[in-house]
Design a protein around this ligand. Structure first.
Ligand code: CUA
Length: 321
C-alpha cells in the first residue's frame, strides 16, 4: 500500500501491516484531537471576543458531565491503544514455535550471519519467503542494533547477552539492514541487506554456496574438542551436572536460588563457570574464556540444546548430599 509513498518503507513481513495499522491509528487520533483543539480555539476566540470596552465576562460554572466526558473518553482511547500495542508487541517479541533459528554476531563494523545449514555470510542474509526466522544475536564488542525497516523489526545486539528478533518475509526482494545504535566511527557504514527468496531459489542458493558444517555439527565437534563430555556425563568420577534436558529448565544453585537455564546462563557457565554453580557440585570447571569465539559459543549452545529434554537429570541432583 505504501510502496510508492516515499516516507514509508515497504511492508515485507507478516507483522509489518499490524505495526503500521497501530501507528496510523495513533497518528489519526493525534491529528483528530490536534485539529479539534486548534479549530475550537479559533472559533471560540472569535465567537466570544470582547465586543465593547465596558463588556465584562461571566464566571464559568462547573459542568461535571463535560469534565467526566473529557476524562473518560481519552482514558478509553488510551487503554484501547495500550492493549492493541501490547498485543503487537507480544506478537513481535515471541517467535512462533516453528521458527527456524539463524545466528548473528555484530562487531565493529559488520554483521556476521550463520544459517542452521552452516552457510556463513557477512552483511547479507539470505532467507526463504514464508518461513518464520528467529535470529539469535550477540555482539563481539559494543552495543549494536539490528534494524530492518521493511520488516518493522529492531532489536539491540549486546555483548555478553543474547537477544532475538523474528520475522517472516512475505515477498522476495532485497531489504535494507541498518545498525541502529551508534557504535563508533563506521557506524553509518554498518549496513547490509536481507535477501528474501522463494523457497526453491533459497534451496538452490544454499546448495550453491560453501555450506561447510551445519551449526549443530560444529557444536558437536567443539563439544568433543573442548572435552566437555569427559566431565558432563554420568559414568565419570568428575562430578559435573548432566547437560541432557538442561536448557530451558530451572536450575537450583549453590546459594539456594533458582535460575532458568537459558542461552545466557549456558554462555556464562562456559565462560565464567564459577559464577553460578549448580547446587551439589564443586566449582571445578575451568573457564573457556578466550578459547571460544562468539560464533563457537552459539554453535555449542545450539548443540547442547539438542541433548534431549529427558527427565530432570540436569541441574537439580535431588537426593545428593
Ligand atoms: Cu553497529 Cu552502529
Amino acid at each position: 500500500m505504501w510502496q510508492n509513498f516515499p516516507l514509508f518503507p515497504d511492508q515485507a513481513s507478516t507483522l509489518a501491516g499490524d505495526v503500521d495499522a497501530l501507528y496510523f491509528f495513533a497518528l489519526g487520533v493525534a491529528a483528530f484531537f490536534s485539529l479539534l483543539i486548534a479549530v475550537s480555539i479559533l472559533v471560540l476566540a472569535v465567537r466570544y471576543r470582547r465586543r465593547g470596552p465596558d463588556q465584562v465576562g461571566v464566571p464559568e460554572r462547573a459542568n461535571f458531565l463535560l469534565e467526566i466526558a473529557w476524562s473518560v473518553i481519552p482514558l478509553a482511547i488510551l487503554l484501547f491503544l495500550f492493549f492493541w500495542g501490547a498485543r503487537v508487541y507480544f506478537d513481535l517479541s515471541r517467535p512462533p514455535g516453528d521458527a527456524v533459528e539463524y545466528f548473528a554476531v555484530g562487531k565493529q563494523w559488520m554483521w556476521k550471519f550463520q544459517h542452521p545449514e552452516g552457510n556463513r555470510e557477512i552483511n547479507e542474509l539470505h532467507v526463504p519467503v514464508g518461513t518464520p526466522i528467529k535470529l539469535t544475536m550477540t555482539s563481539e564488542d559494543v552495543i549494536h542494533s539490528f534494524f530492518v525497516p521493511d520488516f518493522r523489526v529492531k532489536a539491540d545486539v549486546l555483548p555478553g547477552r543474547y537477544t532475538t528478533v523474528w520475522f517472516e518475509a512475505t515477498k522476495p526482494g532485497r531489504f535494507q539492514l541498518f545498525c541502529a545504535e551508534y557504535c563508533g566511527a563506521e557506524h553509518s557504514r554498518m549496513i547490509g541487506r536481507i535477501v528474501a527468496m522463494e523457497p526453491h531459489a533459497y534451496q538452490a542458493w544454499l546448495t550453491s554456496g560453501n555450506a561447510g558444517q551445519t551449526v549443530l555439527a560444529s557444536g558437536e565437534e567443539l563439544f568433543a574438542a573442548l572435552a566437555c563430555n569427559t566431565c558432563h556425563r554420568a559414568d565419570t568420577n568428575v562430578r559435573a551436572p548432566l547437560l541432557t534436558g538442561l536448557p530451558g529448565s530451572e536450575v537450583r544453585l549453590l546459594d539456594g536460588s533458582v535460575t532458568l537455564a537459558d542461552d545466557s546462563y549456558l554462555r556464562e557457565s562456559i565462560l565464567r563457570p564459577a559464577e553460578r554453580i549448580v547446587a551439589g557440585y564443586q566449582p571445578v570447571m575451568p573457564t573457556y574464556q578466550g578459547q571460544v569465539s562468539e560464533e563457537q559459543l552459539l554453535q555449542l549452545i545450539a548443540y547442547i540444546k539438542t541433548l534431549g529434554a529427558a527427565g530432570p537429570a540436569a541441574g537439580a541432583p535431588e537426593g545428593q548430599p
